[in-house]
Design a protein around this ligand. Structure first.
Ligand code: G6P
Length: 613
């Protein structure tokens, strides 16, 4: 959802910014632009990917030690060169890059037009830079003071970096809700939407808080104030990120790399939290608060997209094992539907990025109502991680493919640990049962590895057969119903084939009308407890000439006879089967999208981190 990179220091800024923008391109790829200061401000911006902008920037021979860059995911105004960032003040003195949405931009724009400002783009960002220009001019202020004063007039979410042609010794940055990280190097500073553009230069970072204004200067100093102009003492974190984690490592796409990383990332999610020798599950974030969580009246899970699907699996897990009532809500609905939340509720927010605007707002609402908030987050130091009362990181490392894969399995792993932890605390499972569950969990990574290997051939074959389909149906029951939703989402996200996920039995109440020989039906048929019911569902599809692709357990004979194609995965405890059954569905969507010539990592109209409503 827009990526920002900025540099000030002793080196040539443009190559650093361009490389950083490429790392942030997963956040938006409608257009890209840079502003570099040398003798004056040079701005190059182009519709399309960073590559487009880069050709023009190299031709322009941009040089200078201070610069700002942006990759856009459009919110206000169509995708074109004019609406691309950076935007400038009317007198050309200031240039700004912005991530977020200014909600009161309309009224600000009317007021600024009344003062004679002329707008050339349709963006809220241009309103923001002209507001800063006006505040600066009226008060004859320094850039940082103008940004601070302008910030208090703005409603909405923003992370901005501003450069001043008439004082080219500093960069000024500010944020509210949208993320921004300050990187501190040797006589150089970086601002970026996340750590990925910074990590190869320095590991020392400050995660700016909401309503802070930071100044980074050419003389090697920096300072941070709040909106009341009080000096803030920054906490310098060490980035827990390695360059290899943000490169493709020989894979064609990040998504494929991330699918293949899952044996390791699931193991990382369990590291230090599970011990089969001691028959122990211990989720650090939960230990201190176990009484509050285990005695809650109910658990509410809030999330969006793929994280919502893992939340749904969490509901099945926690209700089944810990016997606590769980409700799963789309964060965007929850925050606006006047929900009943009490101090005896526990709210679990699930988010890969930790920045999704709706999920963050749902956490804020829940906190106001006195609920205890627990975060299940991937990005360390992200807003949701900081806003929640406690939580567990999934430790999946950077997920760059827009379609979430390893974050999903990481989230489901944490939810599995949580369900067992709660069940034990509530005295609901004996040691023998616990040992079975613990053993099953620790064996998941090697089984995922096996599933990936088993799938390779059938998945490629099936993808070749099906890539020209226009529709697809995904069916699953119980723990695998959310996996059907996730399989359908993966397919539509990256291959643009219309797909729907349904509880298998619910098929009879509508989707069955769609079934004919052109409708592939993916059936997750691994549930032992409902095996015969799934067999009948498959027979119902076959009776209407539907084509069935079944995910079955190794050695299955019955469904293999019925289905057109089968993909075998290893067996495990039924509760953990989503961690295995999702693998072939991720790989199928990947290969289908590749056959269709789609850009798997950057599907049209989507962005990885949705920091706007
Ligand atoms: C976007 C991404 C999805 C993701 C969803 C929620 O739509 O494209 O992959 O599942 O946001 O993101 P979060 O970071 O909160 O998990």
């Amino acid at each position: 959802m827009c990526g920002i990179v900025a540099y000030i220091g002793t080196k040539d800024a443009y190559p650093i910014i361009e490389k950083g923008l490429r790392r942030l391109e997963y956040r938006g790829y409608d257009s890209a632009g840079v502003a570099i200061f040398d003798q004056g401000l040079s701005i190059v911006k182009r519709q399309g990917k960073v590559d487009n902008m880069s050709k023009a920037a190299i031709a322009a021979g941009l040089r200078g030690r201070i610069g700002i860059g942006h990759t856009r995911w459009a919110t206000h105004g169509e995708v074109n060169d004019v609406n691309a960032h950076p935007h400038q003040s009317g007198d050309g003195r200031l240039a700004i890059v912005h991530n977020g949405i200014i909600e009161n931009y309309d009224s600000l724009k009317v007021a600024l037009e009344g003062l004679g400002h002329i707008f050339v783009s349709e963006t809220d960002t241009e309103v923001l830079v002209k507001l800063i220009e006006e505040v600066q001019r009226q008060g004859n202020l320094s850039l940082e003071e103008a940004v601070r004063q302008a910030s208090s007039k703005v409603v909405g979410a923003y992370a901005i970096v501003v450069i001043d042609r008439d004082d080219p010794t500093k960069l000024v940055a500010a944020r509210r809700a949208s993320p921004l990280v300050l990187g501190i190097g040797e006589n150089e500073f970086f601002f970026a939407s996340d750590g990925t553009p910074i990590v190869e230069h320095t590991k020392n970072v400050v995660y700016l808080e909401s309503d802070q204004v930071a100044v980074a200067r050419l003389d090697g100093t920096y300072s941070i104030v709040n909106l009341e102009n009080e000096m803030q003492t920054p906490f310098i974190h060490q980035l827990d990120l390695e360059i290899e984690q943000i490169e493709k490592g020989g894979y064609d796409y990040f998504m494929l790399k991330e699918i293949h990383e899952q044996p390791a990332t699931i193991a990382d999610a369990m590291r230090g939290r599970v011990s089969p020798e001691q028959n122990l599950i211990r989720l650090g974030g939960l230990v201190e608060h176990i009484d509050r969580v285990a005695n809650a009246d109910r658990i509410l899970i809030v999330a969006c997209g793929t994280s919502w699907h893992s939340g749904l699996i969490g509901e099945y897990l926690i209700e089944d094992l810990a016997r606590m009532p769980v409700e799963v809500e789309y964060a965007s609905e929850f925050r606006y539907r006047n929900p009943v939340i009490t101090e005896r509720d526990v709210v679990i927010a699930i988010s890969q990025s930790g920045e999704t605007a709706d999920t963050l707002a749902a956490v804020e609402l829940a906190k106001k109502a006195g609920a205890f908030c627990y975060g299940i987050v991937n990005v360390v130091g992200s807003s949701i991680a900081r806003e929640t009362d406690a939580g567990s990181y999934i430790h999946a490392g950077p997920e760059i493919g827009v379609a979430s894969t390893k974050a999903f399995t990481g989230q489901v792993t944490i939810l599995s640990l949580m369900a067992i932890h709660l069940a034990c605390h509530r005295g609901l499972i004996d040691d023998a049962r616990k040992q079975m569950l613990v053993n099953a969990l620790v064996n998941i990574p090697s089984k995922v590895e096996k599933a990936i290997a088993n799938c390779a051939k059938p998945v490629e074959f099936i993808a070749r057969e099906l890539y020209e389909s226009h529709n697809a149906l995904y069916l699953g029951r119980g723990f695998n119903f959310p996996v059907a939703l996730e399989g359908a989402l993966k397919l539509k996200e990256i291959s643009y084939i219309h797909a729907e996920g349904y509880p298998a039995a619910e098929m009879k109440h509508g989707p069955i009308a769609l079934i004919d020989e052109d409708m592939p039906v993916f059936v997750i048929a691994t549930n032992q407890s409902a095996y015969h019911k799934i067999v009948s569902n498959i027979e119902q599809v076959k009776a209407r000439n539907g084509m069935v692709i079944a995910i079955v357990l190794e050695g299955d004979s019955e469904i293999s006879q019925l289905a057109d194609f089968v993909i075998e995965i290893p067996d495990t405890e039924e509760q953990f089967s989503p961690l295995l059954s999702v693998i072939p569905l991720q790989l199928l969507s990947y290969h289908i999208a590749v056959h269709r010539g789609c850009n798997v990592d950057q599907p049209r109209n989507l962005a990885k981190s949705v920091t706007v409503e």
